[in-house]
Structures are given as structure tokens and as C-alpha cells.
Design a protein around this ligand. Structure first.
Ligand code: SAM
Length: 153
């Protein structure tokens, strides 16, 4: 699919059922330098710019102890994605492929996951490197990386 949401040759759209309310709570928003999908990296990089996770109340107390970790996983809602593609053309791959065989943002539940470096915590804001989402992307969750023991600062 193109950046403007047009369907390309070989891509398949289905009639997606209406979303079920899973009761998600957005715990904050992500501030990044990117304002269009075209300029946003496909995947975050440890050399990428410092981005900000702004945590909303009443969740700021949940940051307690995060400063012990050098790496975290960020889970976010790719809110501008269409949700009805089953076959699509991913960037840098040879032909159309199933959505579940891609890390494309276009999926029935557009959840993005990135492993990031925790650069610092300033009050209710966590500074991280390694993101690949648009400025203003809603934040779903934040958790220490699985390799916590080797990652503790
Ligand atoms: N790292 C995550 C993952 O693997 O789950 C996301 C990868 S996804 C390929 C990243 C791309 O999603 C970006 O290059 C951009 O085109 C798109 N994107 C970023 N933020 C978005 C948003 N809020 N809504 C829709 N698309 C977004």
C-alpha cells in the first residue's frame, strides 16, 4: 500500500468486521520528530533520535523503578493505519505477502512494538531511542526488555 492509502497491484482488501471494544487505555502519547509516514523510519534504530514518551495521569507512578533498566519495549497504537488489508506489498520485499508475514503498520489491530534504549526519565516523560512512529502516536504500554537481568544499568 502507498503512503496515501491507495491499494497497489496484487494487494487484497477485505470487509473488516466492526472493531470490538477491547477496553484499551492509552497511557500516554509519543512525541517524535516525524509528522508523515513517508519520513518515519520503517524500524527504529539505536542511533535514532531521542523521542519522548509522555505518560498521562494517573499512570505516572507506574514509572517507579523503570530507571533501573537500560532497555524497554514500547507498545503503541498505529492510529492512522487502515485495518482491512490481508495481502499487501511490504517495503523492500519482492511481491505481495500476507499481513501476518509482515511487520507492516497496516493490520487488523495496528499495534507497533519497538525495543528502545532508555535514555532518561524526566518527571512524567521517558526519553528513549529506537522508535519509528509518528508524532502523537498513542502509547499502550511500556515494559522492561525481557533480558532484564543483563540490561539493568
Ligand atoms: N516497530 C514496530 C513494529 O515492528 O511493530 C512498527 C513498525 S511499522 C513498519 C513503522 C511504520 O509505521 C513507519 O515507518 C510508518 O510508516 C508507520 N507509522 C508510524 N506511526 C504510525 C501511526 N501512528 N499510524 C500509522 N502508521 C504509522
Amino acid at each position: 500500500m502507498t503512503d496515501r492509502g491507495e491499494i497497489r497491484e496484487g494487494e487484497v482488501v477485505v470487509e473488516a468486521p466492526p472493531p470490538t471494544d477491547a477496553g484499551l487505555i492509552f497511557i500516554g502519547r509519543i512525541r517524535t520528530p516525524w509528522t508523515s509516514r513517508g519520513e518515519t523510519p520503517r524500524q527504529g534504530s539505536p542511533d535514532g533520535p531521542v523521542c519522548r514518551l509522555e505518560i498521562y495521569e494517573p499512570w505516572t507512578r507506574a514509572l517507579q523503578g523503570l530507571d533501573r533498566f537500560a532497555q524497554a519495549q514500547v507498545v503503541y497504537w498505529l492510529h492512522l493505519s487502515r485495518r482491512d488489508l490481508v495481502i499487501q506489498r511490504g517495503h523492500g520485499i519482492d511481491g505481495p505477502r500476507g499481513t501476518f508475514a509482515l511487520r507492516s503498520p497496516l493490520r487488523p489491530n495496528p499495534i507497533g512494538i519497538s525495543s528502545v534504549a532508555v535514555v532518561g526519565i524526566e518527571g512524567a516523560t521517558v526519553l528513549v531511542r529506537g522508535l519509528d512512529c509518528l508524532d502523537g502516536t498513542p502509547l499502550i504500554d511500556l515494559k522492561p526488555d525481557r533480558c532484564v537481568h543483563s540490561m539493568v544499568k
